[in-house]
Write a protein that binds this ligand. Structure first.
Ligand SMILES: [Zn+2]
Length: 310
């Protein structure tokens, strides 16, 4: 029998009650798992790698994982940053996210790749050595703050790029700096089903095979039935399947508690029973909490819901 690890990204929060989800509640074994290593932030990349058994995870990895997952080539000495477009008030405070402009070019010899909606990546060729001196500020932690307080520090050219991107109440905020790194291969032959770049990046860093599922969007409109079916088919062939479901985290980042709850109910009604039909070992767990009132990730132990192989 195989093992299917189903990570429901950002599932928990202070209002989460397992009794609201009867199928998940029906799993016979519960185990408390620390998903955030000491001195780390509760962030999907680190939490998911921890759930996969990785230790001593490089600190600056996130932008690199996103780039790998999006098929963007990164050279060994490149510095990679996540880049989010935000709207600003008349007095220069961060209001929220907005669509990236068309045909944006950062200048300074940097490259920019759109990842859709407000998300992008900045590649700074041959600047990986600047990583240690660079400070950036993730915009989701600074909503309402003046733009001056989130300007990157320690790399003047990056600061200039941010200032020159500031037009018509819109601005680019770079954060999550990273460089390439090698992770040890995952010890089992494994398949990954996900709609997100970061988990595709994890698959590429650890040598797992990516199974493409039509309709896997990485958000609340994903096709849960198709993902469950793909996981069961993959488990016939692979001893380990990572099934990642991202919608709850996205709804929480949109500060929408009702959307988050409705989505987890769909997971409980559609995905969980389909997997329970299979004979494989099943583990359902959240990578971290995401508070739909603040939009922020939170650490703390997560409860895993487990059924051993039949
Ligand atoms: Zn998140």
């Amino acid at each position: 029998m195989s093992e299917i690890l189903c990570i429901i990204d950002g599932m928990t929060d202070k209002g989460f009650r397992i009794d609201d989800y009867p199928n998940l509640r029906s799993l016979p074994v519960r185990k408390t798992i620390q998903t955030v290593p000491e001195n780390s932030q509760p962030e999907s990349l680190i939490c998911i790698l921890t759930l996969l058994g990785y230790q001593n995870i490089p600190k600056h990895l996130r932008g690199y994982a996103d780039a790998l997952g999006a098929d963007i080539p990164i050279q060994k000495e490149d510095l990679v940053l996540r880049a989010s477009w935000v709207t600003l008030s008349a007095d220069g405070r961060i209001l929220g996210y907005t669509q990236a402009p068309l045909n944006y070019a950062p200048g300074e010899g940097f490259k920019y790749h759109s990842l859709g909606t407000y998300k992008g990546l900045l590649i700074l060729p041959n600047m990986a050595d600047c990583l240690e001196n660079l400070s950036t500020y993730p915009p989701h932690k600074y909503l309402g703050a003046p733009i001056d307080t989130v300007l990157p520090a320690g790399l003047e050219a990056l600061r200039r790029v941010v200032l020159s991107s500031y037009q018509q109440g819109r601005c680019l905020i770079p954060w999550g700096q990273a460089r390439s790194a090698n992770l040890s291969p995952f010890p089992l032959r494994a398949a990954v089903i996900t709609g997100t770049n970061v988990v595709r990046g994890i698959a590429r860093m650890t040598g797992m095979d990516i199974i493409q599922v039509p309709g896997a969007t990485g958000d609340t409109d994903t096709n849960l039935a198709a993902k469950a079916e793909a996981a069961i088919i993959a488990a016939q062939d692979y001893p380990f399947v990572l099934l990642h479901v991202n919608g709850a985290d996205e709804a929480a980042h949109r500060l929408n508690p009702a959307e988050k709850r409705t989505f987890i109910k769909q997971v409980d009604r559609i995905l969980v029973p389909a997997l329970l039909e299979s004979p494989h070992k099943l583990i359902f767990v959240s990578d971290h909490a995401t508070d739909p009132d603040t939009g922020l990730h939170e650490g703390g132990a997560q409860e895993a819901y487990i059924r051993n192989a039949l």
